[in-house]
Design a protein around this ligand. Structure first.
Ligand code: ATP
Ligand code: MG
Length: 141
């Protein structure tokens, strides 16, 4: 199995619910290591750039205003198949459709306030790691 790195963001709703530790425990329980982390409140410009791929979608404005509505916790997760493993832990985008026991099923309230972000593939992971942690290696040793 390949050791990968991926970006995870604990979104403003989950930070406000005070469940950073519970979400970190899910990562650690699945064998993912937190190798970098930073708490910040995103600017509108940063959030728009980060979710730029969704710029033309009808929900873009709401997505950006939600992402800047409070602090977020951004981390790099490392481990075997980290990208897919994190997406599996997160569950479906819409918490109503997320499998029981996933982060979104347990902590998210709506498709907007859906608790976490995770890179969706190797190219995205590489781009997002560079975006939030400039100079950081994409792969481990
Ligand atoms: P994320 O990128 O945040 O990890 P995701 O990869 O599961 O989520 P995307 O399709 O990349 O889902 O959508 C990005 C975000 O935009 C979602 O997390 C969600 O908050 C919002 N979103 C996606 N689809 C819709 C929709 N149909 N209606 C409202 N909001 C949506
Ligand atoms: Mg996505």
């Amino acid at each position: 199995m390949a050791v990968e790195r991926t970006i995870s963001i604990i979104k403003p709703d989950a930070v406000a619910k005070n469940v950073i530790g519970q979400i970190y425990a899910r990562f650690e329980g699945a064998g993912l290591k937190i190798v970098a982390a930073r708490m910040t409140q995103l600017s509108q410009k940063t959030a728009e750039e980060f979710y730029g791929i969704h710029r033309e979608r009808p929900f873009f404005k709401d997505l950006v205003s939600f992402m800047i509505s409070g602090p977020v916790m951004i981390q790099v997760l490392e481990g075997d198949n980290a990208i897919t493993k994190n997406r599996d832990l997160m569950g479906a985008t819409d918490p109503k459709k997320a499998a029981p026991g996933t982060i979104r099923a347990d902590f998210a309230d709506s498709i907007d306030a859906n608790a976490v972000h995770g890179s969706d593939g190797p190219d995205t992971a590489k781009h997002e790691i560079g975006f939030f942690f400039p100079g950081m290696d994409v792969l481990s040793r």
